[in-house]
Design a protein around this ligand. Structure first.
Ligand code: FNR
Length: 358
């Protein structure tokens, strides 16, 4: 199939499964353990129906998708989630995400700095290509393009300071600190093919540690991987500029709730969180309607991981097409929901009780 056969984001999963060596595809596709959270991330969206409104003027909807993320302007409220190892999808690896995001006007969050982790050597890499450094990735930015840098950190403060300084020097506009992976999850699908992460050790990440990080850079440090109301409130208390509700695409703790479930709990029990910090969310978003349900609760921006990793099998054009398809779906779905402007969406557009026939 060629790129024009891709009519929705799930098509890229199918394409990647067909085109990539099995180990590469499996590294992307994998979830933790029985992959319950991986599946739930996608299935949860179907548990809640919309409450559409008809007879509204929706002619301008396509012009209303733009938003700000930490004060920066973007054309749509979704972004490319940080994922390691773009090299397993395409020889140009992360460069396709930087350039695709620039062309589409959306945010790209660069995944972890690859050399910090040692991957199994038997994952095929196109010969002659190495994983890219922070400097190489940011150097590919368009004039004025805003890109955030995600980091895993080690206990070694000198190394952390160095990564912070290099990210800033390279032009990152914010840092994203991923906290849901104190140790890498049990990923059996990959382990069976001998493509699991080689090793990692239990981590030391605490709120005190976060406070120390804040003193080491003047870049905003977003916290990614919040999965409870309690932790969302603690993040606000620690003046985190933005949080990402995420279970790491179901790759860490099987049984961890989806971002939609956490967002709903926050909406019910601590709605002030949505005002006091910016709340982003990722996991299982494959359709415009999925994104609408998160936006309805007050989520400001929505990340997509695997769909973009898979779209990269078509290179930069694939990334651009995935962005365009998602924008189109958002607009069409918002119009059919009855919105004149995407920013009108709120929780009243969704039936937040489970559908049952009792
Ligand atoms: C990830 N994710 C991730 N997150 C992070 O903070 N740092 C990382 O290096 C990675 N690496 C990574 C690799 C791959 C192959 C995947 C699929 C995911 C998690 C990612 O940012 C995001 O939370 C999920 O991908 C969202 O779920 P979906 O959209 O993939 O369902």
């Amino acid at each position: 199939p060629d790129l024009t056969d891709m009519v929705g984001l799930p098509d890229f999963d199918w394409a990647a499964r067909n085109y990539l060596p099995l180990q590469n595809y499996t590294y992307y596709r994998n979830g933790a353990a029985g992959e319950w959270s991986y599946r739930n991330n996608m299935e949860v969206f179907n548990r809640y129906n919309f409450i559409p409104s008809v007879m509204n003027d929706v002619t301008e909807i396509e012009d209303s998708l733009s938003t700000t993320i930490l004060g920066h302007n973007f054309t749509a409220p979704f972004y490319i989630s940080p994922c390691g190892s773009g090299i397993y999808g395409h020889p140009n690896a992360e460069l396709n995400f930087v350039k695709g995001a620039a062309a589409g006007g959306i945010l790209y969050i660069v995944g972890n700095y690859p050399s910090l982790l040692s991957y199994r050597a038997n994952i095929p890499r196109p010969s002659g290509y190495a994983s890219l450094s922070i400097e190489e990735i940011h150097a590919a930015k368009a004039q004025g393009q805003v890109v955030f840098q995600q980091l895993y950190l080690t206990k070694n403060d000198t190394e952390t300071q160095d990564l912070f300084d290099r990210s800033k020097e390279a032009g990152a506009d914010a840092l994203v600190f991923t906290v849901d992976a104190p140790i890498f999850g049990t990923r059996q699908r990959a382990a069976r093919l001998d493509v699991s992460l080689a090793s990692s050790s239990y981590r030391y990440i605490t709120w005190d540690y976060y406070k120390k990080l804040q003193s080491m850079t003047d870049l905003p440090i977003i916290v990614k991987g919040i999965m409870s109301v309690k932790d969302a409130k603690l993040a606000v208390k620690h003046k985190v500029p933005a949080i990402v509700l995420s279970n790491h695409g179901g790759r860490q703790l099987d049984g961890a709730p989806s971002a939609l479930e956490v967002a709903l709990e926050i909406y019910k029990k601590a709605p002030e969180v949505f005002e006091e910090t910016e709340v982003y969310a990722d996991g299982g978003v494959r359709y415009g309607t999925d994104a609408l349900k998160l936006l309805a609760l007050g989520v400001k921006a929505i990340g997509l991981g695997r769909p973009f990793m898979y779209s990269n099998v078509f290179g930069q054009e694939g990334v651009e097409r995935a962005i365009a398809l998602m924008k189109k779906e958002l607009a069409v779905d918002a119009a059919n929901l009855g919105l004149s402007d995407l920013k009108e969406i709120d929780a009243s557009y969704v039936q937040w009780t489970h559908n049952d026939w009792s």
